[in-house]
Each structure stands twice: as structure tokens, then as C-alpha cells.
Design a protein around this ligand. Structure first.
Ligand code: SME
Length: 158
């Protein structure tokens, strides 16, 4: 396993593409999902400098804060609440260009302006967690982020 990430600067698709094989290799050698979530959020933080990036894990009927990088955050989110709870309920990726325009958005930190939430599915297509990435600028995420973050999260279930 590589001990240091090789990170390029440039268009985000290039950054994701450079990360892809490294993240795959990093996660493949480990079966513990928490360890893999921890390394994945650390890699994303290091590569992109996201304001906040982390997991909420499904624990019975609620999302509970998991491995993350960034400021302290809300620990529990109910099913169907906020962006995270909605992504869990609908089992769907949500890209929110302006969090103030998302009904029921949960403001863990006032500096968060836009976010993307990607569900993590197990082999039975059940949501076991969500990956939440927050930016302190508006409209930071698009289908490129959705595509790569979904791919990276799929490695967790392998
Ligand atoms: N904004 C999220 C809550 C999690 S924090 O942003 C880290 C939401 O509305 O679900």
C-alpha cells in the first residue's frame, strides 16, 4: 500500500482520475469498513481541500456520524431529514448548489454553502451509510463529483 498519495493539480476530473487507482489500492487491502471510510475521507480532504467531508452510518433507524475531516458536526440525523436523511430515504445522490434553498437542510456549520451526498450501498442495494461533502462556496459540485464519489463509495462494499 502506498503511504503517500500522489496528487496532481488541475481540472477536478484529472484529480479524481489520478486518485482513482490509488484509492482502489488503498481500500482493496483492508476489509474494515471504518478504516476504509477514514482513509477515503482523508484522501478526499487532502486532494480537494473540501470544507467538510465525512460519513454518516445507518445505525438502526438513524444516521450516526462516522469518520470525517473538517469541523465538528451533528452526530445524529433522522431518516428523511436534511440532505443526508433524504439521500438515505430516496437511496439517491443529491447535489445541492445552495444549501439555503434545500428545504430542511441541517446546518451543522454556517460556513457550509453547497453540498453533495452519495448513498453507500451494500451488496443487497441497502443504504448502509452516506458520504457527505460540504463546500464553503456555492455550487461546488456536479455530475463529475457524483460519478467519482459513487465509484469510490462502491469500493467500500466490495
Ligand atoms: N447538511 C447536512 C448535515 C450534515 S453536515 O453538513 C456535516 C444535511 O442537511 O443533511
Amino acid at each position: 500500500m502506498a503511504e503517500e498519495l500522489h496528487i496532481v493539480s488541475g481540472e477536478k476530473e484529472l484529480v479524481y482520475e489520478t486518485l482513482r487507482p490509488q484509492i482502489e489500492a488503498l481500500l482493496k487491502g483492508e476489509t474494515d469498513v471504518i478504516a476504509n471510510m477514514a482513509n477515503l475521507v482523508a484522501a478526499l480532504k487532502e486532494a480537494f481541500g473540501f470544507f467538510w467531508v465525512g460519513y454518516y452510518r445507518v445505525q438502526n433507524d438513524v444516521l450516526v456520524l462516522g469518520p470525517f475531516q473538517g469541523p465538528i458536526a451533528c452526530t445524529r440525523i433522522k431518516y428523511g431529514k436534511g440532505v443526508c436523511g433524504t439521500a438515505w430515504k430516496d437511496s439517491q445522490t443529491l447535489v445541492v448548489a445552495n444549501v439555503d434553498e434545500f428545504p430542511g437542510h441541517i446546518a451543522c456549520n454556517a460556513r457550509s454553502k453547497s453540498e453533495i451526498v452519495v448513498p453507500v450501498l451494500d451488496a443487497n442495494q441497502q443504504v448502509i451509510a452516506v458520504l457527505d461533502v460540504d463546500s464553503d462556496t456555492l455550487d461546488s459540485f456536479d455530475e463529475i463529483d457524483a460519478r467519482y464519489l459513487t465509484l469510490f463509495c462502491s469500493y467500500l462494499a466490495d
